[in-house]
Design a protein around this ligand. Structure first.
Ligand code: NAD
Length: 737
């Protein structure tokens, strides 16, 4: 390995073998993944110049670009550097940064010798763009290997050549799949669309990729022409100008349908591709750079980057000062209902053996069937190979007794939502597990502290609140009770991250964080219905704001009985401001159950939504003639009710920081990511303006809109939520400033 005078091996470094193969290796000793930081790019610039010089005399005849890390090639550009440019608000700086990356990769593309990217493990963003600048790409056959361009998820576009080169390589339709969703592809798909030329066995990847480069150095020229579109429709759609125009129009329509035009990045990507059709690579690259400048100064990009950092922070920890996580080798889930089956599936999916226990045979069978159906879905969508799904499903076993529960390092209780049953079950579990085992409850509304009173070791107990459907919802609230010790919090949080989810630590309190805040919005929707507003219109206003579904749809999903129960719990705890709206009380008693019963605000048949049911108003004791609400007012009543409650949650010390609220609401309710989160949205509007609007609602609608004292304080002090409650990990309610 070449070393600098200081003895440090440069990253990347270049070694040229006697047979003419140069190995350009990325290996950042200080990180688990290689990242294209500014420093790394500067070094790459030097190394590429060395490589170019070595081609002159014929010493270098092929270049292999590889990673020294077994699990990853290059994870992308440095998001902190992207954020710095975004924060500068300087679009020219962003465009220049794009141009300089493009120029560097263009020099690689222009090397007069064949170049190969040897992709083993994760290859994302700038890493993929670097690979696209090479003549060939080979990858290993590991199931964990992923190649993608996730930039769109950060509100930007691949602007180091990715948007330009990918469609030229794999065809328009395949490229749009990657560029517009940001979702990485697995090896099989990468091979199928022609993104990689060869797939090599993981075990021999080093030798085989080097062999491939040697073949090239010796003058071999494996076919590297772009994949030719298959079938007549493929040839027309990818291969002709009218076909491509059609594909782009359809893609634009899909993007607008999915995002309502609220995310500029996918639309910009389509614009850059359309502008580049039939033009040179250089002209297309210039469009990319210009688009990068425009996107990076957009508020949506700022908010998405903001959330990215929040999520990364939440997944890193520490989550409890001084705590140490205990490895979880086996799990058990008590209660094989909808949640229990879902939790077991996620555990098994992530390689953890799990035992399910219930009191009824049918329930155990149902829980196992539920888990199996999720695995089947993953196979159908090609997320999992059938054999892997079978293996993972094989990690789940079930029964009616505590056999196998005693060996678990962590047990999640997910039985019926009744304090007496839960206390009994928890005490039974404690009697069979080891003293170091962690016991968690998935309760959504009962007190964790009260449950802890049934245990001899309350320090090893906490809430682990998954959201349904478990395999889809990324958030888990970890509810730290009065007696929960730090090791317990760390153990649960580490497990949550291992399960691919995002932990937010809260204190005990009715509704914890997310359900308490969301409860306010749903109840406000109830008040709007009481006033005679049209339910479907309310849903439309909410989705126009960017929420995944409106309040009526959401209540249908949750189930009217459950929503009613949750509403009562909150009203009992918080009184006046959570007093359930009359229409929701009436609905709770109407016999309508929502989606699960086929009838709620909407009608359902065979799992499909059949449209809004106007007879629902009669069940609410209300006239069927409805008025059309004012969108801005409806939006504010629902959103600002949530902001006001979030302020109280911070006051009560339920969570530490505004960041916890924002992550919780985005990950737990789908609060629109492009808005950065509930309190980021409030900060953008300014606490002063928010307070003014809430005061006006209090005057017209009554004391449920009494402003939270904290909001009043912030408005007076000219402070923001994020300024006053910055992201601080650790102990909720204790470290908040
Ligand atoms: P569910 O009714 O589908 O399942 C509960 C299961 O517990 C049933 O199979 C029942 O047979 C079993 N059970 C009852 N008593 C038992 C006992 N003594 N020992 C073992 N098993 C027993 O309920 P669910 O929707 O899966 O909810 C379970 C828990 O998760 C509740 O605490 C609920 O509040 C919470 N939760 C539910 C959701 C949701 O969306 N459904 C979301 C978050 C949290």
């Amino acid at each position: 390995m070449p070393r600098l005078d200081s003895g440090i091996i440069p990253n990347p470094c270049l070694e040229v073998d006697a047979d003419g193969v140069g190995r350009l290796t990325f290996d950042d000793r200080d990180r688990t993944h290689n990242v294209l930081t500014e420093e790394v790019l500067r070094s790459l610039d030097v190394v590429v110049a060395e490589a170019a010089a070595a081609t002159d005399g014929g010493a270098l005849r092929a270049l292999l670009i590889r990673s020294g890390k077994a699990g990853s090639f290059i994870a992308g550009a440095d998001v902190r550097a992207i954020s710095a440019v975004a924060e500068s608000g300087d679009r020219h700086r962003a465009a220049e940064a794009a141009r300089s990356g493009q120029a560097l990769f263009a020099r690689i593309a222009a090397l007069p010798v064949p170049t190969v990217a040897a992709i083993r493990g994760v290859c994302l963003g700038g890493g993929t763009e670097l690979a696209l600048a090479c003549d060939y790409r080979v990858c290993d056959d590991d199931d964990r290997t992923r190649i993608g361009l996730p930039e769109v998820q950060l509100g930007i576009l691949p602007a180091w050549g990715g948007t330009t080169r990918l469609p030229r390589l794999v065809g328009l339709r395949a490229a749009l799949g990657l560029l517009l969703t940001g979702k990485p592809v697995r090896v099989s798909k990468a091979r199928r669309i022609g993104l990689v030329h060869r797939v090599l066995p993981r075990r021999q990847f080093e030798e085989r990729s080097l062999e491939f480069a040697r073949e090239l150095a010796a003058g071999g020229r494996p076919n590297r022409t772009a994949r030719t579109p298959r079938g007549i429709s493929g040839r027309i759609l990818d291969g002709t100008a009218p076909g491509r125009a059609l594909v782009l129009r359809a893609a634009r329509k899909r993007v607008l349908g999915r995002t309502g035009g609220r995310y500029p990045a996918p639309l910009k990507i389509l614009e850059v591709i359309r502008g580049g059709l039939g033009r040179s690579v250089a002209a297309n690259l210039e469009l990319e750079a210009g688009a990068a400048g425009e996107l990076i100064v957009s508020p949506q990009c700022g908010n998405l980057l903001f959330l990215f950092h929040l999520r990364e922070g939440a997944r890193k920890g520490p989550w409890a000062a001084g705590g140490r996580a205990v490895p979880v080798r086996r799990m058990a889930v008590i209660g094989a209902g909808h949640m229990g089956g879902g939790i077991a599936q996620v555990a098994a999916y992530n390689g953890i053996p799990v035992r399910i226990k219930d009191v009824r045979h049918e329930a155990v069978a149902g829980g196992l069937a539920h888990a199996r159906s999720i695995f089947d879905g993953a196979v159908k969508r090609r997320r999992l190979k059938p054999r892997d799904a079978r293996d993972r499903m094989g990690l789940i076993s079930g029964g009616l007794d505590y056999a196998g529960v005693g060996q678990a390092d962590l047990v999640v209780e997910a039985v019926v939502e009744r304090m007496d049953v839960k206390k009994t079950v928890l005490a039974e579990v404690e009697a069979v597990v080891g003293s170091a085992a962690v016991i968690a409850t998935n309760t959504s509304s009962l007190s964790v502290d009260e449950m802890a009173s049934a245990l001899a070791r309350p320090g090893r107990f906490a809430g682990m609140h998954f959201f349904g459907p478990v395999h889809r919802m990324p958030l888990v609230e970890i509810v730290r009770g009065e007696k929960t010790d730090s090791d317990t919090v760390e153990t649960i949080a580490a497990l949550v991250v291992r399960m691919g989810k995002v932990p937010v630590v809260t204190r005990d309190g009715p509704g914890f964080l997310v359900n308490r805040v969301l409860g306010l919005a749903l109840n406000e929707a109830g008040h709007l219905l009481d006033e005679g507003n049209d339910g479907k219109a309310l849903d439309g206003i909410w989705t126009d704001f960017g929420m995944p579904m409106g309040p009526c749809r959401l209540i249908d999903e949750v189930g009217m009985d459950i929503a009613r129960h949750a509403g009562d719990t909150l009203a009992e705890a918080f009184g006046e401001r959570m007093e359930p709206a009359a229409s929701l009380v009436a609905l709770g008693e109407s016999g309508r159950l929502g989606r699960k019963g086929g009838r709620g605000f909407y009608l359902y048949a065979a799992g499909q939504t059949k449209g809004f049911d106007p007879t629902v108003y009669a069940d609410m004791g209300q006239p069927s003639r409805r008025s059309t609400p004012d969108p801005a007012r409806v939006r504010d009543r629902m959103v600002l009710a949530m902001v006001n409650e979030a302020a109280r949650i911070l006051e009560d010390g339920i969570v530490n920081s505004a960041a916890d609220v924002d992550l919780g609401m985005v990950m737990g309710t789908g609060f629109p990511p492009f808005r950065g989160g509930l309190l980021r949205y409030a900060d953008d509007r300014g606490p002063k303006e928010v307070l003014k609007a809430i005061e006006a609602f209090r005057d017209s609608l009554g004391p449920r809109f009494r402003p939270a004292p904290l909001l009043t304080e912030l408005a007076k002090a000219g402070e923001t939520f994020h300024g006053a409650f910055p992201a601080a990990r650790g102990d909720p309610g204790r470290t908040a400033t």
